[in-house]
Design a protein around this ligand. Structure first.
Ligand SMILES: C[S@@+](CC[C@H](N)C(=O)[O-])C[C@H]1O[C@@H](n2cnc3c(N)ncnc32)[C@H](O)[C@@H]1O
Length: 367
């Protein structure tokens, strides 16, 4: 109790966000700058942070796959069976589950009917125990913590308690986000090799889109990058409208992109060949794109020539001093194609897409 006689509020526990592996530094930047959070720690695919007040602003992060209230975390799993004791005891003793559940309900008010819950245990890396053993230890640790009357549901449960083990790191918490954080609501249609929205959002952040700029995705596929660019444009365009332009050689992709963007915002879309763009010289401030991967083409030998003629055209339409953010599997071929134009790389991030290593790189055209 405080001196006034009112119950003292319990401190807010840290939160953690899971990200697509490789973009955690961009998510940390979004959490710091857009959310005003304080980042405590990042590791591959994970950002631990604090916020002063819990509000549903945490649910509007664009570069994170999921956000949780932290129950407990460890950086020192041993890979041995004794980790199971740690999981059991820490789950049972460390968190104030009741407090965590109340905080969860603040963002996710109870719906009608019996409350439902779900338990998730994920494990990556070689351990001296199976995921099923970790799950069992986790469930034992949770014994007596779930309020009576809550019903276990495998799908669409109202509250989810997660344990995620990645090599020697484990994090356990209550999920605040739902599937719309990672899948968005705009992605009604897909094409093969369509980007994850959180990865597209990371590329768009790296592009540094400002008021009045023109942003181009010359190989837009289902329009994921365009949708994320429109979202940022909406937030940052008060001082001047951002123009978003996209196109693809495949008519179906252009149709899918138009469907996906219908409720997001206005982009100029066209069917075109990125090696012959119907755009003026030096008319674009930012290019953000992931050109086709070698395995999408009939022969891997086609990738170098395609990148070279596309890069020549991108160089023509990009303004001097403009920036490009590109994501490619065949990074060396891409590098050769743009370095010849005098572009210099300021940053690169390693990510995996479709199970393959890829590079997200940021390029500057000389001013
Ligand atoms: C990796 S996908 C892009 C995926 C997209 N970022 C998304 O999220 O859906 C590459 C796209 O490049 C398009 N493409 C291939 N060659 C092209 C060319 N010469 N001009 C324009 N688009 C091309 C393909 O049709 C494909 O949609």
């Amino acid at each position: 109790m405080s001196r006034s006689g009112r119950p003292t509020e319990l401190p807010l526990p840290p939160l953690y966000a899971m990200t697509h592996g490789g973009i955690e530094s961009i998510a940390a930047d979004e959490i710091t700058r857009d959310l005003g959070g304080e980042v405590k720690k990042t590791s591959r695919g994970l950002v631990v942070f604090r916020v002063e007040e819990l509000s549903d602003n945490v649910l509007s992060l664009r570069t994170t796959e999921d956000v949780f209230l932290l129950a407990w975390g460890s950086d020192s799993l041993t890979y041995k069976a004794e980790d199971l004791d740690t999981i059991r005891t820490w789950t049972a003793r460390k968190p104030d589950w009741d407090h965590l559940f109340k905080l969860h309900h603040k963002l996710r008010p109870k719906t009608k009917g019996r409350p439902t819950y779900h338990i998730v245990c994920q494990m990556q890396g070689e351990h001296g125990f199976r995921r099923a053993d970790a799950r069992e230890a986790f469930i034992e640790g949770l014994a007596g913590k779930i309020p009576h009357g809550w019903q276990y549901h495998n799908e669409n449960a109202w509250l989810e308690i997660w344990l995620t083990i990645n090599s020697k790191t484990a994090v356990c918490g209550v999920r605040l986000s739902d599937r719309t954080m990672r899948h968005r609501t705009y992605k009604l249609d897909h094409i093969a090799a369509s980007l994850r929205p959180t990865v597209a959002a990371a590329m768009v952040r790296l592009a540094g889109i400002g008021p009045g700029m023109t942003v181009l995705d010359p190989m837009c596929g289902a329009g994921t990058i365009l949708a994320e660019a429109l979202d940022i444009a909406e937030k940052r365009s008060r001082a001047g409208r951002v123009r978003v332009i996209g196109g693809d050689i495949d008519a179906n992709a252009v149709f899918v992109a138009s469907q996906n963007l219908e409720h997001v915002g206005k982009a100029d879309l066209a069917r075109w060949d990125s090696t012959r763009l119907p755009l003026e010289r030096a008319s674009v401030d930012r290019i953000v794109s992931n050109p086709p991967f070698g395995k999408q083409l009939s022969s891997i030998d086609q990738i170098g020539p395609l990148y070279e003629s596309a890069a020549e055209e991108w160089d023509r339409v990009l303004k001097p001093g403009g920036r490009a953010v590109l994501l490619a599997m065949e990074q060396e071929a891409l590098k050769r194609a743009v370095q010849v134009r005098g572009w210099s790389m300021s940053r690169q991030l390693r990510v995996r897409l479709l199970g393959q290593p890829c590079v997200m790189s940021v390029w500057q055209k000389p001013g």
